[in-house]
Design a protein around this ligand. Sequence first.
Ligand code: NDP
Ligand code: GDR
Length: 356
Amino acid sequence: MNTWGHVLGNNRVALITGITGQDGAYLAQLLLNKGYTVHGVKRRSSSFNTGRIEQIYQDPHEDNQQFTLHYGDLTDSTNMIRIVQDTQPDEIYNLAAQSHVQVSFETPEYTANVDGIGTLRLLEAIRILGMTDKARFYQASTSELYGMAQQVPQTETTPFYPRSPYAAAKLYAYWITVNYREAYGIHASNGILFNHESPLRGETFVTRKITRAVAAIHRGRQETLFLGNLDAKRDWGHAREYVEGMWRMLQQDKPDDYVLATGEATSVRNFATWAFEDVGIPLEWRGEGVEERGIDARTGKCLVEVDPRYFRPTEVDMIVGDASKARERLGWSHATSARTLAAEMVQEDLRLLDAA
Ligand code: NDP
Ligand code: GDR
C-alpha cells in the first residue's frame, strides 16, 4: 500500500472518461483499491470540477503515481487518440456524457456529438492505435434506450425505443460498440444500467434534487420543492454497487451486454414521501395533475408543488429492469434498496448543509 492508501502492483492500467462525474468517482476508487493505475479524462472548466475525486487526488510531483488526470474532451478526436496512446490502457471505461435527459432537448446536437460520436472517437482511437487486442472497452449504455418500453421488466433482448435526444445519441453509441466488437474483435461491452444514485449524484437529477431540498426545508433554509412529473417510475439503485458491475463485465473472457438493475420501480412521488419521512415530516398528497401538492400532514403547510417547466416533451413513464443475466454470468446483484438509498442521501445532504 502506498501513502494514499492505494494497493500497489497489479500492473493493470485503466482509463476513465467522465472521471469527475458520479460514476467516475466511485469507479476510480474501486479500481485504485484493486491496485490499478488509473488515468482519468477531465474537462477544462472555469471553476473547480474535481470535488468528487478530491480524496483520491494525488499530487503529480509525488513518486509512485497511481492516479493521473489528463485534460480532454470527447468532442476532440486527436486529444482522445493522444491520451489513449500515452496511457496504453488495458481497460477503458467510457463514462463521459452530457447525461441529463431534459437538457438534451435543449442541446440535442451537442449531446449527439458527445454521447454518440464521442463513443465512436474512442473506439476509433483503439483501432487506429492497433490496440484492438489489448484494450477492453466499457460503454455506459442506459435504460433510457428502452424509452417507451415494449416489455416489462426490460432485459438485454427488449427492443429499444428512445424518447429523447440523449437516448437517441446513446442508441448510436450502443450499436457502434456492438459493431466494433463484431467488426474488429474488440473486447467491448455495453452496461445497460438503470438509474443509480448516491450522495455524489448531480444536483439536478430528481433524487438528489429531492434529498437536498428536504434537508434544506428541514433546516428552515428553503420553503418549497418544485418538481415535474410525480408519476414517473424509475428503478433506482446505488452507484457504488453498479460500478462493481462495470468492472466485472470487463473481467469476462468474452465481451457482452448486460442489464444492471434492482427490479423494483418507485415513483418520484414515493421517493419524495420517503425523503420527507426521513426528517420526520409526514407528507400527504392532495389534488391532481399540476394542482397536486405535497402537504406537511402535521401543519398543513405546502412543501411540494408541481412546476410544468420540468415536464419533458416526451417522457419515459416507467422502466424497471431484470438483471438475471448479470446475476448468473457476473455474479452481480444489487444490495441497496431505493428506500435505503433515499435515507443515505438525506443524511448526507443534512451533513453537508450543517458543514457549510
Ligand atoms: P455525470 O453527469 O455525473 O458525469 C458525466 C461525466 O462526463 C462528468 O465527468 C463530465 O464532466 C463528463 N463530460 C461531460 N461532457 C464531456 C465531454 N464533452 N468530454 C469529456 N467529458 C465530459 O454522469 P454519471 O456519472 O451519473 O453517469 C456516467 C455515465 O453513465 C454517463 O455516460 C451516463 O449517461 C451513463 N448512465 C448513467 C446512469 C445513472 O443513473 N447515473 C444510468 C445509465 C447510464 P464535468 O464534471 O466536467 O461535467
Ligand atoms: P432520468 O433521471 O431522466 O431517468 O435519467 P432524472 O432524475 O433526471 O429524472 C427521473 C424522472 O423524474 C422525473 N422528474 C424530474 N426530473 C428532474 N431531473 N427534475 C425534476 O424536478 C423532476 N420532477 C420529476 C423526470 O421527468 C423523470 O421521469 C437518468 C440520467 O442519469 C441518465 O444519464 C441515465 O441514462 C438514466 O437516468 C438511466
